[in-house]
Design a protein around this ligand. Structure first.
Ligand SMILES: [Fe+2]
Length: 580
C-alpha cells in the first residue's frame, strides 16, 4: 500500500511517500526551489519521490492532501459572507497571502498541474483529509499507545485549535475552535505588527525573553481562557475576521499598544514588552488547554502539533506544569508535516491498518552519493580529504574545541524546519562569544536569537531541567544553574536552552562527534544551528558547497570528505552554477 501525501497552493508545499505505514520520503519543496516556505507545486519533490519521469506513480494507490475541500469551501463561504460588506476582502489574494485562492479547487488544480508541468494525465484517486486530522495523525508514529493530542495552528479547513484523544490506531476529535478564534493567527499578526515577517514567530518568541511585564495584563484582555478548557479571542481588538491581512487590528489595539513597528526600525523596550506579553499569554492559554485535557482525558501523555507547537518555550512549560508524564512534539509539527499526516490518517484511521513504527529520527529526506559530493567539490575547484569515520570525528571535534565553525552535511536531510544533525552548522558552546561570531561570519541573524545546544541523551538531565528525550528540538527547558558557565553560548537570556537530545541509534555519526568533543573538553554539548545563510536549509552537496564559499565557515564536512580554507578554498566561481 503506497500513499502519496501532497501540499500545494499553500505554504510549506511538499510531499510524503508512505509505504505500508512507513515513510519512504518526506521532503519540502523549499529545499529544492530555494524559496522559504514556498507555495509552488512540488514538482522537484515529486521527481525525487517518484523518479525523474514519475514512473513510480503507477505504484501509488492513493494521493492524499491535508485539506478537506468541502469543509474548506464552507469555511471560506462563511468567512466571505460573515462580515459583509467588508469580508468581501477575502476574495482578494492579498488578504491571505500564505494560501492561494485556488486551494478551494485543489483537486482540479493538482490534476491540471500534474498534466501541464509533468505531462501526467492519469492520477490515482485523490483523498482529502481534514487539516487538523492530518496534524493529529502524527500520533500514529509517536512513542505513545494512548495520548491526548493538541493541535494548534493559524487555521485549518474548519478550526484553529483542536483537541483529540488517540488510542492505538484510532483518533477521536473532542472539540475544536472556529478558524478565526485563533491563538496562532493572533501570534502571527502580532509578529507582523512588531515588524517581522510571517514565519518569523520564532524571532518574537526569542525577543520576548528580553521584555518586561508592562503589557502583560493588557494582553490578557485580548485572549481569555474559558471555563470549558478553551479560549476566546477578543474581537474588540482585532478585525482580521473581516479584512484578513489587509487590516488585522482595530483602533483599540493601536490605542493600547501604540503604532506598529516598521520593518528594520529600531527595536525598543515597547516592542520587547509587547513580544513578552504575547508570549506570556500564549503560554498561559496553551497551559490552560493542556491542563484541562489532562483532567478530562486522564491521559498521561500529550502530543502537540500544528504551527504553534514550534513554540518550544510554551511546550517546556506544558511539560513542567500541565501534569503530563511526557510531551512529544514531532520534528514536522508545522505544515511541513501535513503531507505525512494526511497519509498516516488515511492509512490508519480510514483504512484501519495497525500501527507499525515510531518516529525515532527525522532523516527522511533524499540521499546523496559520494559521487554527488565529489562532483559538487569539483565544480567549486575544492579539494576534500577523504577520512575514515574515526579520523573524521577526531579532527572535527578538535576543530570545534579550537573554536572553528563547521558546516556538517551527512546522509539524508531532516524533515521539518529544524536542522538536527545532518544539515547543521556546529560550534563550541563553551565560548560566550561564539553566538556573535557565527552571526557575524555566517548566519547574520538578529543578535537576540539564541543558538541551540545538542546534547548526548544520557547527559541531558545533567545540564538541563529535563527528564525525557527531545530529539527534535521542540522544548526549551531551563539550563541547570551549575552548568550555565560551561555552555554560555547555548543559554538564552531567560536561562533556557532549545535542546536536542541525541541518541546513538538515531544518528551514530552525529552522536560520535558530540561524544568525541565531550571527551576532549568534558562538555558533551555542541551548538547546533541550521546549515544555511538567510535561505532554506541546504539540501544537496552543491547547496552546502555554495554556502561554505559564501560564508565564513572554517570547515566543511560532506559525508567523509573534510574541506578547509587553505587559500585555494577561496575559489572565485559562479555561485549560481554551484547552487543549481
Ligand atoms: Fe496547519
Amino acid at each position: 500500500m503506497r500513499i502519496l501525501g501532497l501540499v500545494s497552493a499553500t505554504h510549506d508545499s511538499g510531499v510524503a511517500l508512505l509505504e505500508n505505514g512507513v515513510p519512504e520520503l518526506v521532503l519540502e519543496e523549499e529545499r529544492l526551489d530555494r524559496i522559504k516556505r514556498t507555495k509552488r507545486f512540488p514538482k522537484g519533490s515529486l521527481r525525487i519521490a517518484l523518479g525523474p519521469n514519475l514512473e513510480r506513480l503507477k505504484e501509488v494507490d492513493v494521493i492524499t492532501t491535508p485539506w478537506d475541500l468541502s469543509r474548506l469551501r464552507w469555511t471560506f463561504t462563511r468567512a466571505v459572507f460573515g462580515r459583509l460588506p467588508w469580508s468581501l476582502s477575502f476574495l482578494l489574494q492579498s488578504s491571505h497571502t500564505t494560501q492561494e485562492n485556488e486551494i478551494v479547487l485543489l483537486n482540479n488544480v493538482l490534476r491540471r498541474k500534474f498534466r501541464r508541468q509533468l505531462g501526467i494525465t492519469e492520477l490515482p484517486p485523490i483523498v482529502n483529509v481534514s487539516h487538523h486530522d492530518a496534524h493529529a495523525a502524527i500520533f500514529f508514529v509517536s512513542p505513545f499507545e494512548e495520548a491526548a493530542i493538541l493541535v494548534m495552528d493559524g487555521f485549518g479547513d474548519d478550526a484553529s485549535t483542536s483537541a483529540y484523544i488517540g488510542r492505538g490506531n484510532r483518533i477521536e476529535r473532542l472539540w475544536h475552535t472556529g478558524i478565526f478564534n485563533s491563538l496562532g493567527i493572533v501570534y502571527t499578526f502580532v509578529t507582523k505588527y512588531l515588524g517581522f515577517n510571517f514565519s518569523d514567530e520564532g524571532k518574537v518568541m526569542a525577543l520576548a525573553a528580553f521584555g518586561g511585564d508592562t503589557y502583560v495584563n493588557a494582553f490578557r484582555e485580548l485572549i481569555r481562557p474559558t471555563p470549558d478548557g478553551r479560549y476566546q479571542v477578543n474581537f474588540d481588538y482585532f478585525s482580521y475576521d473581516a479584512f484578513g491581512e489587509l487590516r488585522p487590528f482595530k483602533r483599540r489595539f493601536i490605542e493600547t499598544f501604540g503604532p506598529p513597528r516598521l520593518p528594520g526600525e529600531e527595536l525598543t523596550d515597547r516592542h520587547r514588552d509587547i513580544a513578552r506579553a504575547l508570549q506570556v499569554v500564549t503560554e498561559e492559554i496553551v497551559l490552560h488547554m493542556a491542563r484541562d485535557l489532562r483532567l478530562k482525558t486522564n491521559a498521561t501523555k500529550l502530543c502537540i502539533s500544528g504551527g504553534v507547537a514550534l513554540n518550544c518555550v510554551a511546550n517546556a512549560r506544558v511539560l513542567e506544569e500541565a501534569g503530563f508524564e511526557r510531551v512529544w512534539v514531532p520534528p514536522c509539527a508545522s505544515d511541513t508535516g501535513a503531507p505525512l499526516g494526511s497519509t498516516l490518517w488515511h492509512y490508519h484511521q480510514t483504512l484501519g491498518r495497525p500501527r507499525c513504527m515510531e518516529l525515532t529520527h527525522p532523516y527522511y529526506g533524499p540521499t546523496y552519493s559520494e559521487k554527488d559530493i565529489r562532483d559538487a567539490l569539483a565544480v567549486a575547484h575544492l579539494t576534500g580529504e577523504r577520512l575514515s569515520e574515526l579520523e573524521l570525528l577526531e579532527r572535527v571535534a578538535r576543530d570545534l574545541a579550537a573554536g572553528r565553525i563547521v558546516g556538517w552535511f551527512q546522509g539524508r536531510s531532516e524533515m521539518g524546519p529544524r536542522a538536527l544533525g545532518n544539515r547543521s552548522i556546529l560550534a563550541d558552546p563553551r565560548r560566550a562569544e561564539m553566538k556573535d561570531i557565527i552571526n557575524a561570519r555566517v548566519k547574520h541573524r538578529e543578535p537576540f536569537r539564541p543558538f541551540a545546544p545538542a546534547v548526548l541523551l544520557e547527559r541531558a538531565s545533567e545540564f538541563f531541567h529535563i527528564d525525557q528525550p527531545d530529539p527534535f528540538m521542540t522544548l526549551a527547558p531551563r539550563v541547570r544553574e551549575d552548568k550555565k558557565h560551561l555552555i554560555p553560548a547555548a543559554v538564552h537570556v531567560d536561562g533556557t536552552g532549545r535542546i536536542q537530545t541525541v541518541e546513538r541509534s538515531a544518528n551514530p555519526r552525529y552522536y560520535g562527534v558530540i561524544e568525541t568533543f565531550g571527551r576532549l573538553t568534558g562538555v558533551p554539548v555542541l551548538l547546533n544551528t541550521s546549515f544555511n545563510q538567510q535561505e532554506p536549509i541546504v539540501e544537496t552537496p552543491s547547496h552546502a558547497v555554495s554556502c561554505f564559499l559564501r560564508s565564513g565557515l572554517d570547515v566543511l564536512v560532506l559525508g567523509n570528505y573534510y574541506v578547509t580554507r587553505n587559500g585555494q578554498s577561496r575559489i572565485v566561481c559562479d555561485l549560481n552554477e554551484v547552487a543549481t
